[in-house]
Design a protein around this ligand. Structure first.
Ligand code: ZN
Length: 297
């Protein structure tokens, strides 16, 4: 019995009043109660503390989440605005292709067909898909543009070599082709009436390949313009250039006369392509585009 009492331990809590009149008040508590109370308090502190920490974390995460959602919405808005803009760009490219073809048609060139554009992006990703398509179309457009530039360069070079002006302005008194008078047979050029001694001008830049007398032609000048094209000026009274001389377009090369088989002062003008006389009328007053058509014959 003694043993049992010894084992049971107690703690006393004493409350002492500050005034001398009051009596101190104490009560006794078993040790196990005190331990339980301390334990419960510690547990309580732990629970409350951890819940505060946890709720702080959760609220922070919720704020992050809300932020992400609003950002997402903004991005969606941006993406859909991109989509609208991309579609606009795609339409403008199509318009450009149309205009390009119109220009080609005007120039007498083959129309340019936009090749089927394949993209690696799924149609679901609309913006990406449209952008890839637009990029491919633009690449084709660039190529077409380069072709056009190349064509213009060719046309310019041809035009430069094409006898495109009049050697002298005057009435055409005899045309190219078969004739009965004054000399029966093939007339290989045109006759332009002009005053005696009037200057005759080169109709394209080139090199003088002949100056001298020719049967029927009288005093003749012939110019090679390259690309297989040459011009001939006959019945002249005098020369203004020498053999082998380079001449500009419009440069005076000789003077109107009536040498050779001629009934009066005029310029007999011939255009030859690969040595074959062509109707010079087709070459008179050419511009860059009409000249390029002649070359396609
Ligand atoms: Zn003639």
């Amino acid at each position: 019995m003694d043993k049992k009492i010894k084992k049971q331990r107690f703690y006393s809590i004493m409350i002492v009043p500050h005034e001398s009149r009051g009596r101190p008040f104490s009560f006794k508590l078993p040790a196990s109660w005190v331990y339980t109370a301390v334990g419960l308090t510690c547990f309580g502190i732990l629970v409350v503390g951890s819940s505060i920490v946890y709720s702080t974390l959760i609220s922070r995460r919720l704020a992050d989440y809300a932020d992400t959602i609003s950002k997402n919405r903004q991005q969606q808005a941006v993406i859909s605005s991109y989509s609208v803009k991309t579609e606009k760009v795609a339409r403008q490219i199509d318009e450009l292709v149309k205009k390009d073809n119109e220009l080609r048609q005007l120039l007498g060139l083959k129309g340019w067909e936009l090749k089927e554009v394949r993209t690696t992006v799924a149609t679901g990703e609309k913006v990406n898909y449209l952008l890839e398509k637009a990029e491919a179309k633009l690449a084709q457009k660039r190529q077409s543009h380069a072709e056009l530039l190349e064509w213009v360069a060719v046309v310019r070079a041809r035009y430069a070599a094409t006898p495109s002006s009049w050697p002298i302005y005057g009435r055409l008194v005899s045309f190219f082709g078969y004739r009965r008078t004054p000399w029966r047979g093939m007339h290989t050029g045109v006759d332009i009436q002009a005053g005696y001694g009037a200057p005759v001008r080169a109709t394209a830049p080139g090199v003088v390949i002949y100056t001298g007398w020719r049967l029927g032609y009288g005093k003749t000048v012939e110019i090679n313009h390259g690309h297989g094209v040459s011009t001939l000026y006959a019945h002249n009274s005098n020369y203004a250039v020498k053999l082998g001389q380079s001449v500009r377009k419009g440069q005076i090369i000789c003077y109107v006369g009536t040498t050779g088989w001629s009934t009066g002062p005029h310029c007999h003008y011939e255009v030859r392509r690969n040595g074959v006389p062509r109707n010079p009328v087709a070459f008179l007053n050419l511009n860059m585009l009409t000249a390029s058509r002649l070359w396609r014959e």
